[in-house]
Design a protein around this ligand. Structure first.
Ligand code: SF4
Ligand code: FES
Length: 231
């Protein structure tokens, strides 16, 4: 089928303002939006700029606004979106060029919650064991691929630049509830203010935006509870 792509373009070095550019591509219903973007870049317009790497929903690099929803271009089939596709960069962050946003603030926030295992005890000879029930406590949040779809769909994050955003809390959750980790108190202390978990207004946009179907709002609620009553 012939698919029309309306793509938001912007090169801060030469454009006064963003604008939409239209391209037409021949695609199958089983092709992905990413296939269409690649087709445009490789055969029609090499200046079109976007991020992608794995093409299989694992690296998180091609999150963008597709027909008004935050999605991974490699996970959306053309038959889901039809013959007209509008593609824009994720909202709430400066645009570097076209569909590429500046993620510096996003990753600064991510690093602020110590997203790694903290345990100074000497490791046992083989591995640090935990029960299946203990593992289950943070299973959902291990699925995060840091695509930023949640944080850039969150009105609280748009309204307050100091708010760490849902992705950071998801990453903190993954370690706070890990029975092998000893850094929960420090992470909870860092998240206990209005720029942390209390910046969340339980709007659920993040949960709806997550391409990994993580129950983000529930994870945030669990971190809020831990901040008040402990683990
Ligand atoms: Fe992306 Fe989901 Fe992780 Fe947010 S929680 S960064 S939407 S994978
Ligand atoms: Fe890796 Fe889409 S290209 S998630």
């Amino acid at each position: 089928m012939r698919v029309r792509f309306d793509i938001k373009r912007y090169d801060p070095e030469k454009d006064e303002a963003p604008y939409f550019q239209t391209y037409e591509v021949e695609l199958e219903g089983t092709d992905r939006v990413l296939d269409g973007l690649n087709e445009i870049r490789w055969r029609q317009d090499g200046t079109l700029t976007f991020r992608r790497s794995c093409a299989h929903g694992i690296c998180g690099s091609d999150a963008m606004l597709i027909n008004g929803r935050n999605r991974l271009a490699c996970k959306v089939l053309i038959r889901e979106v039809g013959s007209r596709v509008r593609v824009e960069p994720l909202l709430g962050f400066p645009v570097v060029k076209d569909l590429v946003i500046d993620q510096q603030r996003f990753f600064q926030s991510y690093r602020s919650v110590l997203p790694f295992l903290i345990n100074d005890e000497a490791p046992p000879p083989r591995e640090r064991l935990q029960s299946p029930d203990d593992r289950e406590r943070f299973d959902d949040t291990t699925k995060c691929i840091l695509c930023a779809a949640c944080t850039t769909s969150c009105p609280s994050a748009w309204g307050d630049e100091s708010f760490v955003g849902p992705a950071t809390i998801v990453q903190a959750h993954r370690f706070i509830f890990d029975s092998r980790d000893h850094g929960a108190a420090e992470r909870l202390a860092r998240l206990s203010g209005r720029s942390g978990v209390w910046g969340c207004r339980t709007i659920y946009n993040c949960t709806m935006a997550c391409p990994r179907e993580i129950e983000i709002t529930q994870a945030i609620a669990e971190v809020k509870r831990a901040a008040v009553v402990g683990l």
